[in-house]
Design a protein around this ligand. Structure first.
Ligand code: 13P
Length: 250
């Protein structure tokens, strides 16, 4: 059985006080009997403080990005070792905002995936097509290309220590969620691609759905056979709603 994972990606929101308040309210709302693993990804500058608040809890800490390089003259970047140092267990790689707004290529995303695992971080590899690509019938091709770019460098075995997140770009921040069936189709395709290389890893790798997940649609999305939780943006900024989404994962 795959343990569901619900991750909150706060993107570039909040202040020290707001983030601390969000973490504390969330900790107060989460119930030990809920089965999903919960993770939060605050902005870099709040990781340390958040990590301290999460110490001795079951809530995991993740970063939103990582430098592909280990150390050196890379102004503005944050290394995997630094993320470990402040308590991260996970890191997002290849989020569509990084790909689209900051020019991250498949090759760079693959290097970031490797850099994360080199430091013992679990990368959450984000993949997903744009609206234009979907309408052109290219969803499978695009998602497979993004996945294969990482597999070519890391090998399928690396997925034993990683998470995949399918985030259709057209569903991110738009309020337009993929239907459970649309999401399931892509998740099943991803799992089949992995299964063609290693059936055991395919059966165990968690594939999250992201894109306008809300308390009102989480349950039906998470009920799909190949959806193992969610990567939640906007709704993770509201502790009550995010907690409801965590509850919906089981
Ligand atoms: P929204 O939930 O705001 O659509 O964002 C999804 C996302 O990008 C999470 O990484």
């Amino acid at each position: 059985m795959r343990k569901p994972l619900v991750a909150g990606n706060w993107k570039m929101h909040g202040s020290r006080a707001e983030n601390a308040n969000l973490v504390q309210t969330l900790l107060d709302l989460l119930k030990p009997e809920w089965s999903a693993e919960v993770m939060v990804c605050p902005p870099f500058v709040y990781l340390w403080e958040t990590g301290r608040m999460l110490k001795d809890t079951d809530v995991a800490l993740g970063a939103q990005s990582i430098c592909a390089e280990a150390v050196g003259a890379f102004t503005g970047e944050v290394s995997g070792a630094m993320l470990r140092d402040v308590g991260c267990g996970y890191v997002l790689v290849g989020h569509s905002e990084r790909r689209q707004l900051y020019g991250e290529t498949d090759a760079l995303v693959a290097r970031k995936f490797v850099a994360a695992q080199a430091q013992g971080l679990l990368p959450v590899l984000c993949v997903g097509e744009t609206l234009e690509e979907r309408e052109a019938g290219r969803t499978t091709e695009v998602v497979a290309r993004q996945l294969e770019a990482v597999l070519a460098v890391s090998g399928v075995g690396a997925l034993a220590k990683a998470v995949i997140a399918y985030e259709p770009v057209w569903a991110i921040g738009t309020g337009r969620t993929a239907s459970p069936e649309q999401a399931q189709d892509v998740h099943a395709m991803i799992r089949a691609k992995v299964a063609a290389l290693d059936a055991t890893i395919a059966a165990s790798v968690r594939i999250l759905y992201g894109g306008s997940v809300k308390a009102s649609n989480a349950r039906e999305l998470f009920a799909m056979a190949d959806i193992d939780g969610g990567l939640v943006g906007g709704a993770s900024l509201k502790a009550e709603e995010f907690a409801q989404i965590c509850a919906a994962a089981g």
